[in-house]
Design a protein around this ligand. Structure first.
Ligand code: ZN
Length: 485
């Protein structure tokens, strides 16, 4: 049977830089034997002295891990793809190898971590490795909350926290590191307090800032592992590129409504985020959690998958999620796994990278930076603030208010006399509106309505404005009796 074998980056120097090889065989064993016959230097990397596949090498037949199958179950057919995916074996994170042997555990720490110390996979060495490990959490929100709590409890020595937000009442449904009494406090302060209450041995470093191109490399460079708990595309690409440039593993997680994803992007060993998603979706196409919602429990599951990967990287144990994307569907209660390949043409981790320093990620993702409160809104800016809208309404001027949210959001809060046409229906229902009218469009926070204004202008509506900050800002600044959500 003729089939292809895909080789990982780490082994290509032994195959004359070939990333795939055409081979023949009737089962996986035969194919592997033919592979090492052709490239004898691969043998010691793939097989141990007993002729068995080394336990840090995964062999996939198409998407199936065949390492543990009996020989009679590993037959191959024409066109199959065999992938060799080495996991990051112990010792890959040199920064931890260099430092853990200097660590000592106090009597108190030995008691605290006794359930780890009696596990052969952790033991004294593993616990010292955890103590030597520095993990950076980008964000202390939905994903960062369980991450921070569990990594601290497990004894990770240094936790860096990056956040600039304050705890909002609507965060409490999922961000379990913050309590009701913390509403209004900086998230960093609240998270640091909880982490130290669980484990005072942890060193917490806080960065009270948004991660940006001009501070990311400086913040990330001292950490062994980066865990991405952000909720927006510019920061995701920024974290990815910074990690590729600095050779750091980036433990990825994302959540939306009932679904989550997790992987480990580590360009040294496998693909990066850009190999998976070379370009961000256009703004507005994929709603954020703030716009689309998220099941409160979901970040717990995905965040703890990330925490598990962080701990495994620190210990140098197990098979990491490098090269694999885990998809979780809470409604169906199903986990699926996809195999990811490194894209040789990837602009940041490929063979000829064009992104060799950090770029402007807001611009890359087509996001206009949010307008601050002091921005001058001139007549033709296409925006109207809640205060300005209120004075127009108070003056009795005739105005149509168009709400482009979903009906279940309209039930939470709405402006009086507004017309509801969800954004998705707007193109087909625009004839319900009058082009001569003065129209103000709003949604929850201003994102979808900006899209609606654009669509309407293209359709010939000239007197249409976007309510800056949406109904939530209206509730904050004009009508506090309305709930914010
Ligand atoms: Zn890449």
């Amino acid at each position: 049977m003729a089939l292809k074998v895909l080789l990982p980056v780490a082994l290509r120097h032994l195959t004359g830089n070939q990333d795939e090889v055409d081979l023949n065989g009737k089962d996986v064993g035969e194919v592997m034997n033919e592979l090492v016959n052709r490239f004898p230097e691969l043998k010691t990397h793939l097989f141990n002295e007993n002729g068995q596949i080394r336990n840090f090498v995964n062999i996939y037949r198409n998407d199936e891990d065949v390492r543990y199958l009996d020989n009679d179950q590993t037959s191959v057919k024409e066109g199959d793809i065999i992938s060799i995916v080495p996991s990051i074996a112990g010792g890959s994170l040199e920064s931890i190898n260099d430092t853990y042997s200097n660590m000592e555990l106090s009597k108190n720490e030995i008691e605290r971590y006794s359930r780890h110390l009696i596990m052969p996979e952790v033991g004294m060495e593993g616990q010292k490795r955890l103590k030597a490990t520095k993990i950076l959490l980008i964000g202390t929100g939905g994903l960062g909350a369980p991450l921070g709590l569990y990594l601290a409890a497990a004894g990770v020595g240094t936790l860096g926290l990056v956040d600039f937000d304050v705890v909002d009442f609507s965060n409490l449904q999922r961000q379990i590191i913050h309590s009701t009494a913390d509403v209004g406090r900086p998230k960093l302060e609240s998270a640091q307090e909880k982490i130290l209450a669980i484990n005072p041995n942890v060193k917490v470093e806080t960065y009270n800032a948004a991660l940006r191109s001009d501070n990311a490399l400086d913040i990330i460079k001292d950490y062994d592992v980066v865990i991405d708990g952000t909720d927006n595309f510019p920061t995701r690409y920024l974290v990815n590129d910074a990690c590729v440039l600095l050779d750091k593993p980036n433990v990825y997680g994302s959540i939306f409504r009932f679904e989550g994803q997790a992987s480990v992007f580590y360009a040294k060993e496998g693909p990066c985020y850009r190999c998976l998603y070379p370009e961000p979706p256009p703004p507005g196409l994929v709603p954020s959690c703030a716009e689309g919602g998220v099941l409160g429990i979901l970040p717990g599951i995905i965040g703890l998958i990330q925490a598990t990967e962080g701990i495994k990287l620190a210990l140098g144990k197990g098979q990491s999620l490098v090269g694999r994307l885990v998809l979780y569907d809470a409604l169906a209660m199903k986990f699926r796994e996809l195999k990811l390949r490194k894209n040789p043409k990837c602009v940041v981790c490929g063979e000829n990278p064009t992104v060799t320093q950090l770029i402007d990620y807001e611009q890359f993702c087509g996001v206009t930076p949010e307008l601050g409160p002091n921005v001058d809104l001139s007549e033709d800016s296409g925006e109207i603030t809640p205060a300005e809208l209120k004075s127009v309404l108070d003056s009795g001027e005739k105005l149509t208010i168009l709400d482009v949210r979903e009906p279940h959001e309209y039930e939470i809060s709405s402006l009086s006399n507004s017309i509801l046409i969800p954004l998705g229906q707007l193109p087909s229902r625009m004839n319900e509106l009058n082009r001569q009218d003065n129209i103000v469009v709003h949604c929850k926070m201003g994102g979808r309505s900006a899209k609606a204004v654009e669509l309407m202008k293209q359709a010939g509506f000239n007197q249409v404005k976007n309510l800056t900050g949406g109904i939530n800002r209206w509730a904050e600044e004009v009508d506090p009796s309305l709930p914010r959500y």
